[in-house]
Design a binder for this molecule. Structure first.
Ligand code: UDP
Length: 311
């Protein structure tokens, strides 16, 4: 197959690129490198890299079998740093990616997010839950862009009969997540390894459920082969408070860092845990990597990265 991956130089996109290359496919990775990094991509005869802004245009020559739209800054610190690019890549970027799929008679795969549930009033979150999103909060740039992306994807499916897939990705971590990316796992591990204070926002009772990158990639691969067009949650249903995560990271990293409390960002969801019944039934998929196993791998990864950066 020939697969176009927008956001191909990003954290998740680059792991997808590797997976498809290892299966012998041709890959076209598109990225404007605002949060992605070219170093995330290996040099490979079956890989083409295009430095394009997918919300302005997408130009790909030749046959295309899949367009996988994974481009978007996704860390909460990006919501204030890149609010307009996030809105553009989720709206115009998704339309451009769907347009490419339509022009090439290709299938379309959308990376959506648990953020479509906002600060959820239903727990755990099933795909049938419509969400609780403030349309004007700082997080809304991401939440609403992805909600729009889902809407336009379903419209292309209904109106143009585009063969689409939609996943809602819950908190995911793994190698190539930038240490300075601002999300909780990257912050806590970098802080623990450099003996800086571990910054818990709020009182740390808010919860999240963390999925290791290899589990997500396996879920994506399974969905490629299944004709199911509505959203599917991909995440690890084991739920932790953020304070628990801080203590686990501290212990696993053998760190003396103290845990300090900082203000909770605006609109920070109080609880988040996927209901993965649909993924289990339709994909015969469930995550395998526990938080402790995944964190150990991440700690080793960040040790080498931080050493390289001289910290
Ligand atoms: N968080 C924290 N300290 C940090 C970074 C994040 O306590 O240094 C909290 C954040 O307030 C949120 C949770 O960890 O409740 C997960 O944050 P993250 O930025 O990873 O992603 P989110 O799930 O909010 O999109």
């Amino acid at each position: 197959m020939r697969i176009v991956i927008t956001g191909g130089a990003g954290f998740i996109g680059s792991h997808l690129v590797d997976m498809f290359l290892s299966l012998g496919h041709d890959v076209v990775a598109i990225d404007n490198l605002i949060t992605g990094k070219k170093e995330n991509l290996t040099v490979h005869k079956n890989l083409t890299f295009l430095d394009q802004n997918v919300y302005k245009y997408i130009e790909v020559d030749g046959r295309v079998d899949w367009v996988m739209h994974f481009a978007s800054p996704a860390s909460p610190i990006d919501f204030t740093k890149y609010p307009i690019p996030i809105l553009k890549v989720g709206s115009s970027g998704t339309i451009n990616a769907l347009g490419l799929a339509k022009a090439k008679s290709a299938k379309f795969f959308l990376a959506s997010t648990s953020e479509v549930y906002g600060n959820p009033l239903e727990h755990p979150q099933k795909e049938t839950y419509f969400g609780n999103v403030d349309p004007i909060s700082e997080r809304s740039v991401y939440d609403e862009a992805k909600r729009f992306a889902e809407a336009v994807t379903m419209a292309y499916h209904r109106f143009h009969k585009t063969d689409v897939r939609i996943i809602r990705i819950f908190n995911t971590y793994g190698p190539r997540m930038r240490p300075e990316d601002g999300r909780v796992i990257s912050n806590f591990i970098s802080q623990a390894l450099t003996n800086k204070s571990i910054t818990v926002y709020g009182n740390g009772t808010q919860t999240r459920s963390f999925q290791y990158i290899s589990d997500l990639i396996e879920g994506v691969l399974k969905l490629i082969d299944v004709k199911f067009h509505e959203p599917i949650n991909l995440g690890n249903p084991k739920e932790y408070t953020i304070l628990e995560v801080a203590n686990i990271v501290k212990k696993l990293a053998g760190s003396n860092s103290e845990i300090v409390f900082k203000p909770l960002p605006e609109g920070d969801p109080a609880r988040r845990r996927p209901d993965i019944t649909r993924a289990k039934q339709i994909l015969k998929w469930e995550p395998k990597v526990t938080l402790e196993e995944g964190l150990k791998k991440m700690i080793e990864y960040y040790k080498s990265v931080l050493q390289f950066q001289g910290q």
